[in-house]
Design a binder for this molecule. Structure first.
Ligand SMILES: CC(C)(COP(=O)(O)OP(=O)(O)OC[C@H]1O[C@@H](n2cnc3c(N)ncnc32)[C@H](O)[C@@H]1O)[C@@H](O)C(=O)NCCC(=O)NCCS
Ligand SMILES: Nc1ncnc2c1ncn2[C@@H]1O[C@H](COP(=O)(O)OP(=O)(O)OP(=O)(O)O)[C@@H](O)[C@H]1O
Length: 197
């Protein structure tokens, strides 16, 4: 089965995904695929250059992520434009990798930050949300990325709120306590999913 792992920025998807990996479940990470599809020479990077100008391309020809991030996270229309270029390519790659992994593993995890926003339910069988209250999310995001409160909030506001995602998920993994407590919830969820098979 395919488990869609989601959450909002900095709620702990990667942390939880690491625990799934430790338990032997392959994890397909949308953020990694999103980086692969814009490598130099890809059609997506060429389209980004055409749409946003060469100021978002670094001297070595790679995408200047910080620059593009500062553009798209402060302008919803620009964000939509970027999404329209990269999301179809990301979705195709995710589906292909997930199908291949599912042939060999009982549980395949798809780590997709924008699962609910983009209604990507066809890619997964069940959804799990990694949850922390918004206050913790803001604190962890500012700390991890060195963002000001405003930079952090503009990124949080580019997504559906974590409270809303919590309501919509099949399963909730609370990441407000220690990482060990999160690891235990991941183990329990895997056990339950395997029993249901
Ligand atoms: C704008 C970009 C270049 C900024 O790069 P940067 O290295 O600073 O951030 P990174 O890619 O690591 O993303 C960090 C987090 O931001 C959030 N995020 C990224 N893109 C988006 C988006 N289009 N809308 C809302 N949130 C987003 C996600 O929670 C993600 O986990 C990059 O995020 C990007 O290419 N975004 C478009 C692709 C996308 O939607 N990726 C997210 C899931 S597929
Ligand atoms: N249980 C925890 N206790 C304390 N800090 C934590 C915990 N879980 C995660 N963190 C920290 O919070 C930050 C966000 O976690 P993580 O990178 O896993 O989130 P994410 O949801 O994958 O983020 P993104 O959406 O940006 O990909 C990291 O700095 C991480 O070290």
């Amino acid at each position: 089965m395919k488990l869609g792992l989601t959450g909002s920025i900095a709620t702990g998807k990667s942390t939880a995904a690491g625990f799934f990996r430790e338990e032997g479940c392959p994890v397909i990470d949308a953020d990694i695929i999103a980086r692969e599809v814009v490598q130099p020479g890809t059609p997506a990077l060429n389209e980004i250059k055409a749409a946003f100008g060469s100021s978002v391309i670094a001297a070595d020809g790679t995408l200047d992520r910080e620059k593009l991030g500062s553009v798209v996270f402060s302008d919803p229309a620009k964000r939509e434009q970027l999404n329209a270029i990269v999301h179809p390519v990301i979705r195709r790659a995710m589906k292909q990798q997930a199908d291949e992994a599912e042939a060999e593993h009982e549980i395949v995890v798809l780590d997709i930050p924008l699962l609910f926003e983009n209604e990507l339910f066809y890619l997964v069988d069940k959804t799990a949300v990694v949850y922390v209250p918004e206050k913790t999310q803001l604190e962890r995001l500012m700390k991890r990325n060195g963002y000001s409160e405003q930079e952090a909030r503009s990124r949080m506001e580019s997504q559906l709120s974590i409270e809303e995602k919590k309501k919509r998920a099949d399963f909730v993994i609370a990441n407000c306590g220690s990482e060990q407590e999160t690891a235990r919830q991941v183990s329990e969820l895997i056990e339950m999913l395997l029993q249901k098979q």
